[in-house]
Write a protein that binds this ligand. Structure first.
Ligand code: ADP
Ligand code: MG
Length: 577
């Protein structure tokens, strides 16, 4: 499809070829291999969506911008290219902002492109259609924010957005495109020349040799070393190097949630099932693409035990060092380069960690795995979490290349521990904020970007945030199987209101049938009341690739308040019974 606009009334031979903002944005995206847009159409970007689709860009229309934004953010994580989210002005833009902030917080590259109203009117606050100073509002929530006013600057504008999103620590970028820009016409040849193909958008960042030496010296001094892999390590796609480092070092490793599968959870060095022991008892901890934030109890306190600890940290962001505790050996660079340098330094000069340590970790792990095993095999009806998750664990074991999307409270915390992952970047979940609502956006982008089947394991409350996107899943016929863990409410479905007839704040309609929702759009709905029924339904869905929603009936009393993070949820000591 030609991106060139011909003027109609004049003889084409006399008139120089022209292009416009619409076409230049499309050309700039394609030139940079950005071939998928997640968004919601409307003023002023409706025609843009149509034209982009006609030009061969995959344009996925969602029912709400937040879900489109989450899709773009996880597309960025999966591909290392910025995920593109396209929204209309003011309200659509605001709906997309949650996802932009989420991308920035999680270090996922994403570009939120929003149409906006005219600068002249916005700046004088004269009340334009959907008037809002979007650039100013986006700024604190992203790595960088840009506005393009002239068609001739579209190429540069997109190039800056791409570089900002993927270089260094990745993150969200906002690109503001006022309505008038789309129709601006310019000479086609000059337009072509104005476009920029971004070369080496995320340049390697090589660690300083001294930093590598220092880190190896600390690691060698350890009696009880531990390596923690974070989602930065998964993002880096340096899978072979990371695996070699772990195996060559012989050090136990602990994967953070989205780093699970970088090496299989069943790997003999995996300490996932001995988490509390290794955090407490280790003496040297090397973090690879993981931050010492709340998810790691800030590197101090009870979780980390009494013994003095030394931290080595590999990260692309120098400011991350010493964010919570002292880092005795910072290694700043991209993970691929840093891990390669460490491997080189270890070559022919490495002794495995003391076997009393590795042996203790292995014993603890085996003990915990054995304790859990019988609970995963129960066939209770209504189901409890372990019975239901035991089934899903086997589904993933038999289909290790399927992608698991997971959100909820108990549904998240228990699935994270129970479902083993075998391949990198197959587990996508709530991330740094523990956010609810990523489910359907992530599931859609995972299916689109990878072509693999997706299993979305959703708490009933979590599912509600993005549930309408089951229509999107059916419309694009995506191989997504959603399992709603339906326990009638948030945390549990058993709360009662002691003061009136309204339901308690944490409960939903009893016996709700989420499976009926997908049937409305032609998908397959199943009501599963036992682990056996659940197993049959999930296997059928994964084999057929048909959009499926399984309402998994759980005991309303099965969950616990706030899942595993009840300590973060303040409770009144004064409340009346
Ligand atoms: P987790 O939640 O799994 O612990 P975080 O999101 O907290 O992971 O941390 C990821 C870290 O990885 C961030 O500090 C980020 O700067 C870093 N990071 C992301 N990509 C790279 C990369 N390619 N090379 C090095 N560090 C990276
Ligand atoms: Mg629930």
């Amino acid at each position: 499809m030609s991106a060139v606009v011909q003027s109609i009334d004049v003889n084409p031979a006399d008139e120089p070829e022209q292009t416009d903002g619409f076409n230049l944005i499309i050309d700039a995206l394609k030139l940079n291999d950005l071939n998928t847009i997640y968004g919601v159409p409307g003023i002023p970007i409706t025609d843009f969506g149509r034209m982009a689709q006609a030009a061969g860009i995959r344009v996925l229309s969602f029912r709400h911008e937040q879900n489109a934004g989450y899709a773009a953010s996880i597309a960025g994580f999966l591909t290392r290219k910025p995920g593109i989210c396209l929204t209309v002005s003011a309200p659509g833009f605001l709906n997309g902002l949650t996802a932009l902030a989420h991308a920035t917080t999680n270090c996922f590259p994403m570009i939120l492109i929003s149409g906006s109203s005219e600068r002249e009117i916005v700046d004088l606050q004269q009340g334009d259609y959907e008037e809002m100073d979007q650039l100013a509002i986006a700024k604190p929530l992203c790595k960088a924010a840009f506005r393009v006013l002239h068609a001739a600057d579209i190429g540069i504008g997109l190039a800056r957005a791409i570089r900002a999103a993927v270089s260094g620590r990745p993150g969200g970028v906002y690109l503001d495109l006022p309505a008038k820009l789309f129709g601006q016409v310019m000479d086609a040849e000059a337009g072509r020349r104005s476009l920029v193909k971004v070369i080496d958008a995320a340049p390697a960042q090589i660690p300083a040799p001294d930093a590598v030496k220092r880190a190896l010296a600390v690691l060698r001094s350890a009696k009880r070393p531990l390596i923690i892999l974070g989602k930065g390590a998964a993002y880096a796609q340096a899978d072979d190097a990371v695996r070699s480092l772990i195996e060559k070092s012989g050090i136990p490793f602990l994967p953070m949630s989205m780093a699970k599968g970088l090496l299989p959870d069943t790997h003999p060095q995996c300490a996932g099932a001995a988490r509390s022991t290794v955090l407490k008892d280790s003496d040297v901890v090397m973090l690879i693409g993981a931050r010492l934030n709340w998810l790691l109890s800030h590197g101090k306190g009870k979780t980390w035990g009494e013994a003095a600890k030394k931290f080595i940290q590999i990260d692309i962001e120098p400011k991350e060092m010493d964010s919570n505790v002292e880092i005795v050996a910072p290694v700043v660079g991209d993970i691929g380069s840093c891990v390669a340098a460490l491997l080189e330094g270890m070559d022919g000069n490495w002794t495995a960690p003391p076997s009393d340590w590795t042996g203790a970790v292995t014993r603890k792990r085996e003990e915990n795995v054995a304790k859990m095993a019988p609970r995963l095999m129960n066939n209770n009806s209504p189901m409890d979490y372990h019975g239901a998750l035991g089934v899903l664990r086997t589904v993933i074991k038999e289909r290790p290349d399927a992608i698991l999307v997971n959100e909820g409270a108990n549904t998240l915390d228990l699935a994270r521990g129970i479902i083993d992952m075998y391949q990198p970047r197959k587990r996508l979940d709530v991330g740094t904020w523990g956010i609810m609502g990523i489910g359907m956006g992530y599931a859609i982008a995972a299916a689109i970007e990878t072509g693999k089947p997706v299993l979305a394991v959703e708490g009933d409350s979590a599912f509600g945030f993005s549930g309408m996107e089951v229509e999107t899943i059916c419309r694009y016929k995506l191989p997504v199987c959603i399992v709603v863990f339906n326990n009638d409410g948030i945390y549990r479905g058993t709360d009662v209101n002691s003061a009136g007839s309204d339901p308690a704040p944490t409960v939903f309609v009893k016996g709700a049938r989420y499976d009926k929702m997908i049937e409305a759009f032609g998908g397959v709905g199943v009501n599963a009341t036992s682990p056996d029924e659940l197993k049959r339904a999930v296997n059928a869905a994964m084999d057929s690739g048909q959009p499926t929603l399984i309402n998994a009936v759980l005991d309303p009393a099965a969950g616990s308040e706030s899942g595993r993070i009840g300590n973060l949820n303040p409770q009144s000591k004064l409340k009346k019974k």
